[in-house]
Design a protein around this ligand. Structure first.
Ligand code: FAD
Length: 336
């Protein structure tokens, strides 16, 4: 469904750096709309290492990745950012007075400034090598759970052995009519307590667990009807299903960013370290997505870049206003 949003800054990427840029922009009274292709905020921290401790955030001797993201969300709360999640930014175009950022679901965000905080690029699902995969993508085969309600009272096959496969099996067990979890090994890669919960659900008969099995083929007439799998000990079998959800992890790809006329260097956006502006006026790039001599792909580098970027972004958004630098201890947090 298409929708239109108007804002001062469109931040592409809801990783730690994109989120912190909302804070720095907010201090200068600029409103932000944040877009991410993933269904949740947090970028690499939420997607790759949510429970790992981080030791190099200034003032926080140790903090788990998911806690840092929760803190950032709390910190930007007073600025009331808006979000479009689960949609990929595919195009940026110049309008008369603003930029128009368009997503895969036809959301159009009109913004005076674009801040690209897209990290390593778009996380794209690793797909299983099975027959008829493309035929049923979006017609029974989905790679992300955006809205669990879609699966209410449906027959699901979840494939994978990592955290996502385990967590969604546990979560959807109360929602779906039936769940079969298929994994190619007999041990899971995901967190041990989640693996234990999955085994308990199987023992209680609330899910079916098929280990040492691989997917072979998707079947149906226009929409998915069944999935063929094979275990090491038996010949292939068909399993009736409304949805197949392969959760084999995500791998980052630069994706559409490469087509926006930006100067790239080794799959990253070249920026001016004065303010992390790109070669296109009004577009900035901060965090892991940018490159410059001496660049370190660290969260704290991205936070610093967000602060400097905001000063120049202010001049775009308010060309007639004078910017004066103030400490938060002096000014507090401006009200929105
Ligand atoms: P990301 O976190 O990558 O977020 C970018 C977001 O942009 C993603 O959510 C992506 O989906 C989205 N996106 C991309 N393209 C599009 C598009 N076209 N449309 C919509 N959305 C898009 N750093 C440290 O400082 N300390 C550590 O201890 C540390 N440990 C790490 C451990 C691991 C295992 C890994 C993998 C990294 C670690 N890092 C650490 C690095 C740190 O995670 C990155 O520097 C940080 O995530 C960069 O943040 P970001 O916001 O720039 O990008």
């Amino acid at each position: 469904m298409s929708s239109t949003i108007h804002t001062d800054i469109c931040v592409i990427g809801a990783g730690p750096v994109g989120l912190f840029s909302v804070f720095e922009a907010g201090l200068l009274k600029m409103r932000c709309h944040v877009v991410d292709v993933l269904p949740q905020v947090g970028g690499q921290l939420t997607e790759i290492y949510p429970k790992k401790p981080i030791y190099d955030i200034p003032g926080l001797p140790e903090i788990k990745a998911f806690e840092l993201i929760a803190n950032l969300m709390k910190q930007i709360g007073p600025f009331h950012p808006t979000f479009t999640l689960g949609e990929k930014v595919i195009e940026v175009q110049r309008d008369e007075n603003s930029w128009v950022v368009t997503t895969s679901d036809e959301t159009n965000i009109h913004a005076k400034v674009i801040v690209i905080a897209a990290g390593l690029g778009c996380f794209e699902p690793r797909k299983p090598e099975i027959e008829n995969l493309e035929k049923f993508e979006g017609r029974g085969i989905v790679y992300m759970v955006k809205d669990p309600e879609l699966f209410r009272d449906k027959r699901l096959i979840i494939a994978g052995g990592g955290d996502s496969a385990l967590d969604w099996t546990i979560h959807l067990a109360d929602i779906a009519e039936s769940i079969t979890l298929i994994h190619r090994n007999d041990s899971f890669r995901g967190a041990p307590d989640s693996a234990e919960k999955v085994h308990t659900l199987a023992k209680e008969g609330r899910i079916d667990l098929i280990l040492n099995a691989s997917l072979l083929e998707a079947k149906g007439n226009g929409v998915l009807k069944s999935v063929t799998y094979k275990t090491t000990s038996e010949t292939s079998r068909d399993l009736t299903a409304d949805y197949l959800i392969p959760l084999f992890g995500l791998s980052p790809k630069l994706g559409p960013i490469a087509d926006w006329g930006l100067q790239l260097h080794k799959n990253a956006i070249a920026v001016n370290t004065f303010d992390y502006s790109t070669n296109v006026p009004g577009i900035f790039a901060i965090g892991d997505i940018n490159t410059y001599p001496g660049k370190l792909k660290l969260i704290l580098s991205g936070f610093h870049e967000a602060a400097l970027m905001s000063q120049s972004a202010f001049r775009y958004v308010y060309p007639d206003q004078k910017l004066s630098f103030k400490y938060t201890t002096v000014n507090g947090i401006p009200s929105f």
